[in-house]
Design a protein around this ligand. Sequence first.
Ligand SMILES: [Zn+2]
Length: 90
Amino acid sequence: MRDDATAALREYGLPDSEIRGDSIPVAKSVPGMKTPCPNCGCESVMQITVQINQPLLRGGTGTGVYLGCPACPWASPMGCSASQKKENES
Ligand SMILES: [Zn+2]
């Protein structure tokens, strides 16, 4: 199982991430996720992955991952990782 999403979610705080116009967000349920929506308590929080433009990332583009609630407008801060980044560095 890839650990990209978990790693990305720790990297909050990159500003000005722009969702690429040709990117279709992908939402999926998170197996084993027990954290309900902090806004409304919905237990079906989804993980959304989008391709972004982010000048602070190497290459200028990357993958943004955040959590979103299907029942209300709540969404978590977006975590970002560069597309070409090598994983498993730690
Ligand atoms: Zn909610």
